[in-house]
Design a protein. Sequence first.
Length: 95
Amino acid sequence: MDELDPVIHAQGRLRITAALATLEPGEELSFPRLQELLDMTAGNLSTHLRKLEDAGYVTVTKAHEGRTPITYLGLTRTGRRAFEDYTDALKGLLG
């Protein structure tokens, strides 16, 4: 049995990764939209995103819309593969 990826395994990070995995490769989601979808506080979401970014699983793009700063998030190829491996390992564990 493959070991479950400890970076993804934390509930908050699993939810983030699963949400971003629904996007097409190269697509991004705004931080506020992801926060709304997952019903997470900004601080909690930021903490989990930092760990995913440090692991190379998530891209964080900072931009401006007019004068308003905005952050976009996406899953890297490595992150998408890690999520697929995680779900395969979980399926194997369950049965």
